[in-house]
Design a protein around this ligand. Structure first.
Ligand code: PHE
Length: 377
């Protein structure tokens, strides 16, 4: 049995074979032929293990050769009849293991090729190529204008105060010297809350002026940006909600001249240094005297255009000296202190600045409209 080992070649020494053939009657030819077959299979096994096909075509050739319908392993199974009985089992196992090795190698090579393809793709990444532009969004034109107004007044010492949008009658009307029968209180103009008719949506940020005066002692110098509501029919020029910035300055000896100076400063900062202002006598229950604020048309420069309706002037807000009744309503000594107040509509200014002809565009939030605005005014 000495010869029936795996490495028969090693053992094929003439002397031994003679002994063996004598003892076991093993035909030396058969033995050598069997060994050749074993060698052939082992060679195929090594070949499979070392195969390194490059590219899709060679990979496919590998598959056809070892796993295809006419693969070279198939005839090996038939060789079993040339193997002596003692080694048939060993041979069978060997050929099976060659088949399994071919399958495993094929899987590994396939994955390797896929990985290589992936990293080739990654290598194609051109890091010097210009990046995809990111949509970074932009500020709403109302915010841009409101921020600009706030910033302009901040520079001359006005602080910012904000408060609730759901107000009571006192802060929105009564404290502001607005009589019981004033038309602004009418259901037609003011939104009252259904479940609590004492409460309303503020119609102006003057309510915050009252709250500030109730809480602080003069000197007071503040602006009041915020959203306000009026029961208006929505059209190109009017909306039921909009934004205001109001302002208030209370101190000893505050005069109408201070008011005019402040408005002029603001108009020039906001609309350009050639801008002129015009104060037209008007009426508000909470200021006396009161005025409408006009600025010279910054679009036509006074020549007349459809924005100023050929008058050379555009209205931007209202103003006046705070009525002494209002000061007293807030516990401020009207003998000692005087003050001025003003208010303007943010949408109106945004529409003038950006030449927007329909206020509804500012509330629809259509991205195509909004992305046209940059922070630079
Ligand atoms: N509150 C006024 C309005 O909403 C604006 C205004 C404020 C007028 C302060 C005069 C003084 O129309």
């Amino acid at each position: 049995m000495l010869l029936i080992g795996k490495d028969v070649t090693f053992a094929i020494q003439a002397e031994q074979i003679l002994i063996c053939s004598a003892c076991f009657k093993i035909n030396i030819e058969t033995l050598i032929m069997a060994q050749e077959i074993f060698d052939k299979v082992n060679n195929i096994l090594t070949e499979i293990k070392n195969a390194q096909p490059s590219g899709a075509e060679e990979l496919e050739q590998f598959r056809i050769k070892y796993l295809g319908a006419k693969n070279i392993l198939k005839p090996l199974f038939g060789e079993i009849r040339n193997i002596p009985n003692e080694r048939k089992k060993e041979f069978g196992q060997l050929v099976n293991s060659v088949k399994q090795t071919a399958e495993a190698r094929w899987e590994a090579l396939k994955n390797q090729a896929a990985d290589a393809e992936e990293s080739a793709e990654a290598n194609q990444l051109d890091v010097t190529a210009p990046g995809e532009p990111l949509d970074i969004g932009s500020r709403h034109p109302v915010s841009i204008v409101m921020n600009r107004i706030v910033e302009t007044f901040s520079r001359i010492g006005f602080t910012v105060a904000q408060d609730r949008e759901i107000e009571d009658d006192w802060h929105n009307f009564t404290a502001l010297n607005t009589p019981e029968d004033h038309p602004a209180r009418d259901m037609q103009d003011t939104y009252y809350l259904l479940h609590d008719t004492e409460k309303l949506l503020r119609t102006h940020t003057s309510s915050v002026q009252i709250r500030t005066m109730e809480q602080q002692k003069p000197p007071i110098r503040a602006i009041f940006p915020g959203r306000v509501y009026r029961n208006e029919t929505i059209s190109a020029r009017a909306h039921c909600q909009f934004h205001q910035v109001e302002g208030l300055y209370i101190d000893e000896n505050v005069s109408f001249a201070d008011l005019k100076q402040t408005i002029e400063y603001f108009a020039k900062e906001m609309f350009g240094h050639n801008t002129k202002i015009r104060l037209r006598p008007s009426f508000f229950p909470f200021t006396e005297p009161s005025a409408e604020v006009d600025i010279s048309c910054f679009i036509c420069g006074g020549d007349g255009c459809n924005v100023c309706k050929y008058t050379s002037w555009v209205e931007i807000g209202g103003c006046g000296m705070v009525d002494p009744n209002v000061l007293e309503n807030c516990g401020i000594d009207a003998q000692k202190y005087t003050g001025f107040a003003f208010g303007m509509g943010v949408e109106r200014i945004a529409m003038l600045k950006y030449r927007i002809n329909d206020i509804r565009l500012l509330f629809e939030n259509d991205v195509r409209f909004l992305k046209q605005f940059t922070s630079a005014l």
